[in-house]
Ligand binder design. Structure first.
Ligand code: XMP
Length: 519
């Protein structure tokens, strides 16, 4: 994003910590734009971005081994304010000639931090002498670098935080970015606002204004095409574009017959009527079902859906004249993952999701207004734009839709059973205020028959599996510990209300090794 809003920024150097993105999000929650760069970004590149301060993240390596991740030493020799967290602190200690030693014991989990006088702790009340913090490290700083002052200690880390106020260099062995660290956000705020001098204008209202202005500058009075799905990202892009270019936004919505119950109607209601979008609806249920006929292989099902989607989309596009841009709902974590910042693994896991590959076919320049935002920011912006709450908080829904939740060959009758069961599950999650507490929940249709009794008669009917996952990044997940009473209620309703179902099971597998979806 251009403009003044991002001119005030904190850069996070990524040394491979699982918390790097979390640090960036926490800084933005303080109201300051943050960006993640690889650990070896040059000082020249950094200064060109004119950051107000820098955070060196944690990481899995040891600074004392050959595998230690390098950074440009000019960064620490400059007068930029720098906060090193865990590995970042240890790198800083080594640079300034302190000492880092391997512990005999890894410290992982909660610890009590004793706080001494330190300028980075001024955001805490005077009375705070101890806080609960989160530790996750093997190595620790064993000798202070010259000119540095110890400002906190814990039982296992005598030097748990240090600072050199004159050089504006600070180090924490603990993780202020995780919620297990009490008052961590206050400490980060002191660094960003008091030490780096940031004012903090990164707020939903300002972000919306800046994004709209950016779109206007980029697009002018040309036409933009957007595929909408009813999900959060594409709906927020639609709302932004609609505010920025009005009638020059053309939307395509493909009903592939694999959506949840009532979903297509809901999208019409919210986006067409609510936002007054021009939506070209393509009712393609028949076509998708025809193409999927006879196919039971999960990967082939995905491929068929991806290809059919592109065909339908291209056909719809041809009906619209003079399109100059294609808009997409790419968000910042997608950009980070595909830039190779991560070790490449995340990218591989997710690549099968991008079934469409539309940009390659359409050969249109892209408009990606959300590509510097995290998911929680997209939601806040959606709220600012006036989108309804349930749409903003909606769980993710996979591109191939119910096809990956209806095991085996796709048949309309089976999809209807799945839709009905899924609807009951969603209804009960909502009425028990559980929908927002889980990250993703859905029903799965299993094409096997099991016995049940109705009155005196035995009947053989299908099985429905319920899945509810708790996760922050969808790369790993746990099954939600839904109350048994609640699950019983959902099961009773499904079996009583849907005659073709005789049994309901709850999926308790974690990811990995299981995935969230069943196919
Ligand atoms: P898995 O099943 O890989 O899912 O644990 C992780 C997240 O990705 C979603 N998902 C998909 N999203 N197209 C998508 O757009 C797909 O083909 C696809 N497969 C899985 C899944 O719903 C979960 O949120």
């Amino acid at each position: 994003m251009k403009r003044a809003l991002t001119s005030e920024k904190i850069i996070i150097l990524d040394f491979g910590s699982q918390y790097t993105q979390l640090i960036a999000r926490r800084i933005r929650e303080v109201g300051v734009y943050s960006e993640i760069l690889p650990h070896n970004a040059s000082f020249k590149k950094l200064t060109a971005l004119n950051p107000a301060g820098l955070i060196m993240s944690g990481g899995p390596e040891s600074v004392n081994t050959k595998k230690a991740l390098k950074f440009d030493p000019k960064i620490l020799d400059s007068d930029l304010p720098v906060l090193g967290i865990c590995y970042g602190m240890q790198s800083m200690a080594q640079h300034f000639r302190g000492k880092v030693s391997a512990s005999s014991k890894r410290e992982f989990g909660n610890a009590i931090l004793k706080i001494y006088k330190g300028s980075i702790f001024t955001g805490l009340s005077n009375k705070t002498k101890e806080v609960n913090v989160w530790m996750s490290h093997g190595d620790k700083v064993s000798k202070l670098p010259k000119g540095f002052k110890k400002i906190a200690s814990s039982k296992n880390s005598p030097i748990a935080a240090f600072e050199n106020k004159k050089l504006k260099k600070y180090g924490f062995q603990f993780h202020p970015e995780v919620t297990h660290t009490d008052q961590g956000q206050k400490i980060l705020k002191t660094f960003v606002k008091d030490i780096c001098g940031c004012k903090g204008s990164w707020k939903p209202k300002n972000i919306v204004e800046a994004l709209i202005e950016d779109i206007k500058i980029k697009v002018g009075n040309k036409k933009v095409l957007l595929g909408i799905s009813g999900g959060v990202d594409s709906s927020v892009v639609a709302a932004l574009l609609s505010k920025a270019i009005g009638k020059n936004l053309e939307c395509i919505f493909v009903d592939n017959g694999l959506l949840r119950k009532g979903e297509a109607e809901q999208v019409k209601k919210d986006l067409k009527r609510g936002l007054k979008l021009k939506i070209n609806f393509s009712d393609s249920e028949q076509l998708f079902l025809k193409k999927l006929k006879g196919e039971t292989d999960p990967e082939k099902k995905r491929k068929i859906i991806g290809k059919t989607f592109v065909d339908v989309f291209l056909k719809e596009t041809q009906k619209i004249k003079n399109i100059s841009f294609l808009a997409q709902g790419t968000i910042y974590p997608d950009v980070i993952e595909s830039s190779g910042l991560k070790n490449g693994k995340a990218h591989v896991i997710k690549s099968h999701h991008n079934v469409g590959g539309l940009p390659d076919y359409l050969k249109l320049p892209l408009v990606e207004p959300l590509n510097s935002l995290f998911k929680d920011e997209v939601r806040k912006i959606g709220k600012e734009l006036g989108l309804p709450d349930y749409l903003i908080k909606r769980h993710p829904f996979p591109g191939p839709g119910l096809a990956v939740r209806s095991i085996g060959e796709i048949k309309k009758e089976k999809l209807e059973i799945l839709r009905a069961a899924d609807y009951i599950f969603m209804e009960e999650l909502n009425s028990h205020n559980l929908y927002d507490k889980v990250s993703q929940a859905f029903a799965v249709f299993l094409p096997i028959k099991s016995v049940g009794v109705v009155g005196d008669a035995r009947r053989y009917e299908y099985v429905i599996a319920l899945r509810a996952a708790e996760t922050t990044d969808f790369m790993t997940a746990n099954a939600a510990k839904l109350d048994h009473k609640f699950l019983n209620l959902v099961s009773d309703r499904i079996i009583n209300e849907i005659p073709q179902v005789s049994r309901v099971v709850y999926d308790i597998s974690s990811k990995p090794p299981a995935t969230i979806e069943w196919e």
